[in-house]
Ligand binder design. Sequence first.
Ligand code: ZN
Length: 441
Amino acid sequence: MKIYDTRTKTKKILRGKNIKMFVCGPTVYDWSHIGHARTYVFYDFFVKYLRRKKQVTYIQNITDIDDKIINRAKESKISPLQLARQWEKEYMKDMATLKITAVDRYERATDHIPEIISQTERLIEKGYAYQISDGIYYDVSKFKRYGQLSGRTNLKEGDSVSRVDHNKEKHQPADFCLWKLSKEKPYWPSPWGLGRPGWHIEDTAISEKYFGSSYDIHGGARDLIFPHHEAEVAQMEAITGKTPFVRFWVHTGFLTVEGAKMSKSLKNFITIREVNSSPRLLRYYLLRAHYRSPLDFHPRLLKEAENDLHKIDEFWNHPDGLKTKLYEEKFYQALDDDLNTPRALAILFQMIKEGNKKKLSNKKFLQEIDQFFNFLEPEKQIIPEEIKKLNKKRNEYREIRQWSKADEIREKIEKMGYEIKDTHQGGVVRKVITSYNHRNE
Ligand SMILES: [Zn+2]
């Protein structure tokens, strides 16, 4: 299969039977939002898809030490590590609801302090790092390929970057911190004194420990290309002298909410928890777009996606017997071409359309592809007794043509978050799943 590589800007064939993959995990200090969901759902799907043919070892790091964590802990009056553990638990719960199960190891930054110190020492020895008053910094002018991954030539501190390291003694603004000296807990002893790691170094320390000095795929969201992934290249390739340290750089596109970038100032963050009335719908919604394309989160599109799920449910419930071989071939061709989910799903829905017309299904194929999609199998609907009773009453009114009474009950049911589909067998109730508690509404 072919995968797009950000570094070479081309689709390349992914060779080899054993694939080592590392994806940037969360900084655990707050709720995960649907932008995170997009990234982690995609890599979960990607790994599960690869595992049909290959062995994959998938590692994600957990950033559990960082300025944001320290600041939040001060506000909450608990220790930074305590705060990080609490949010890590919430993160894991969110991942479970989204059926994200492909990760083999979650590795915390603070469990790799010796590896981080060792990398920093080697960078100093080789002349790529220097010490100033508040820590050890990487000298980007020493690494000739700095800027190659992101295509940035005019490197400035700040450049739409949220986590920059300020110190006037730095050799140039783009230099970044490897080890921060600090007398404030949490700190760890190091050859340079008490302190804590910088941000970029944890990824290469963790990946070197489990994968060695080079590996197959490094994933993450687009906004991590610079400076985070650029810094990783600079660290690892300076240590080993080998290039490229990662064969494929894979990046997921941005997610907007009703056309706007999610931001603190717009207060338009939507957390995974807020849409967890249907993780199935969210998972489908996120995989419907190609992983590299921008994706907008919009109630109208969510409704559209919900209707798609109803078509899938209808198809799932027909008896088997549909011939699907021709669809299957094209479906896999689409996914083998840089995981083109929109094309693969278009083919799947052509198949579903034919099946629903002929009232025939092919559950074997659906189950096979649901190993990586995890949104095809219908969710078990649990309708509360109260709603069932109301629906029965409404059906009785309809039978005796008491339309206004029947409509009154429909309204009541809808207010409770359910909707009714009238069929030959009477009204059937199902839960409305597109509602999410947007904090602005
Ligand atoms: Zn990272």
